[in-house]
Ligand binder design. Structure first.
Ligand SMILES: Cc1cc2nc3c(=O)[nH]c(=O)nc-3n(C[C@H](O)[C@H](O)[C@H](O)COP(=O)(O)O)c2cc1C
Length: 450
């Protein structure tokens, strides 16, 4: 492991007239492109002076710079992404007031060892009774170096299952399986919450034996994977208003079971076109009762679920994932801004553990939501951009988010945090084994020391 408080090595600078800089990440450096003034010493350790950190370009791109004055960010030379980087130099004040991807973060009552979060990843490897197995416990324990793990989407009730062999949290057998997982992750010093995912209309009777339910009887376009092959989505049944408290109760029961299993909390999956987003989106919710018709009404069911779950297990054990404007699973939203603003207005007073935003095309709207949210924010690219180190570092450094969530990087690299910390290469994810394959592509990705 690199000790940043010592000078490890310097890389000779070959071009004269160039300047080097530290105290910024390589992402920021790469975007500066021009020398900063006054020029910085070449190939030598240095401490940025007040003059350097007052440079407009620093402040524009790196708002924390003023506060981090005197410290030297380390990622730039760790990544070695610029030939003029000096490697392995630090300052006496490292970490003083600086937001660092690898520094601890207090999330509610959970002390996270770093700010990198493992994204929820469906892996379709549940055992008998759709319960997590010893193998799942091993898989999650291998990834306990994440600041926080969010489990794969987990159905709170049988009809909420969206894919074959996804785990549930509605039977005692499943609680026993999750207990294996929670114990294994905790034994390695990790933290883990269960993502509660009710698929709604993105399900199929070939998976559950039941006709899918939804806010409105609108069949999504597309196909779903079943054990009998791909099948067209089928027409869902619109939930009666009188049934909704029962669905809320299923979320509450699953959350209680998550806590009973020893998990650190739950994440409500209100993203990616599953049941909760189906309520938020006007393309899938054309209800004429109190749960449809206006942004506030479309947000109502999600707020009711969040409120009830928070009351049952404590708001500091409940996070929520949203994908404003996302179109995955054939959802369409026309009043995105109004709907999510209304949602956050109603959720803010609950004091939830975190808000998890999947980025979409409109990143300025995410900045607005970040400002609107009173608590911790977590970002994931939602497949729209890169989850690499410099993106994560910049998102944290600029204060765009508090925590950064990575999916495929963790899938393929059990020791992702350590690899990023020391700038090691990464294993590539094997798509063939994303959704099947037993231990292959699940627990057999190599770690650095292996
Ligand atoms: C194999 C796989 C399974 C996924 N399963 C889920 C899931 O269960 N719940 C969810 O909210 N997102 C799921 N996602 C989306 C990821 O959480 C994440 O948003 C996505 O991988 C983009 O992040 P990345 O670029 O860091 O991989 C899945 C993604 C992949 C690749």
């Amino acid at each position: 492991m690199t000790d940043y408080n010592t000078v490890v090595k310097t890389i000779p600078v070959t071009r004269t007239g160039d300047v080097i800089t530290m105290g910024v990440t390589s992402a920021v450096w790469a975007r500066l492109h021009a020398p900063v003034t006054p020029p910085l010493p070449i190939g030598k350790p240095f401490l940025p002076s007040a003059e350097h950190v007052k440079d407009d370009r620093f402040l524009q791109l790196y708002p924390q710079t003023r506060r981090s004055q005197g410290d030297i960010a380390h990622k730039a030379f760790e990544e070695g992404s610029h030939p003029q980087m000096v490697e392995g130099i630090s300052s006496p004040t490292r970490g003083a007031n600086v937001t660092d991807l690898f520094s601890p973060y207090q999330l509610g009552s959970l002390k996270l060892t770093n700010r990198l979060v493992m994204a929820p990843l469906t892996r379709n490897r549940a055992g008998a009774g759709e319960a997590p197995t010893e193998l799942a416990a091993e898989y999650y324990a291998q990834r306990a170096g994440a600041g926080l793990i969010i489990s794969e989407g987990t159905q709170p009730c049988a009809i909420g299952q969206g894919y074959p062999h996804t785990p549930g949290l509605h039977t005692d057998e499943q609680v026993a399986g999750w207990t294996l997982v929670a114990d294994a992750v905790h034994a390695r010093g990790g933290r883990i919450v269960a993502q509660l995912m009710h698929a709604g209309r993105i399900s199929h009777h070939a998976i559950t034996g039941l006709r899918p339910v939804a806010p409105s009887a609108i069949t999504p376009a597309g196909e779903v994977y079943t054990e009998q092959g791909m099948k067209a989505f089928e027409a869902p049944r619109a939930l009666e208003a009188a049934e909704l408290p029962g669905v809320v109760a299923e979320f509450v029961d699953a959350a209680r079971r998550a806590v009973r299993a020893g998990l650190d909390g739950v994440e409500l999956h209100a993203a990616n076109g599953y049941l909760l987003q189906q309520f938020l989106a006007d393309g899938s919710n054309i209800r004429t009762d109190g749960y449809g018709g206006s942004p506030q009404n479309r947000a109502r069911f999600v707020v009711e679920v969040a409120t009830a779950v928070a009351q049952a297990i404590g708001a500091d054990k409940v996070g929520i994932r949203i994908s404003p404007g996302g179109t995955f699973n054939n959802v369409t939203e026309t009043e995105t801004e109004q709907t999510y603003t209304a949602l956050l207005d109603a959720l803010n007073p609950l004091g939830l553990l975190y808000l998890h935003i999947l980025e979409g095309p409109d990143t300025s709207f995410h900045e607005q939501l970040r400002k609107q949210w009173d608590g911790t924010v977590m970002f994931n690219t939602g497949f729209t951009g890169s989850s690499d180190l410099s993106t994560a570092q910049e998102a944290i450094d600029t204060g765009a988010t508090d925590l950064f969530c990575i999916g495929r990087g963790f899938l393929a690299n059990p020791d992702l945090v350590e690899r990023l910390r020391i700038g090691a290469g990464l294993n590539k994810p094997d798509m063939e084994t994303f959704y099947s394959g037993g231990a292959k592509g699940y627990t057999d990705y190599p770690v650095l020391s292996a």
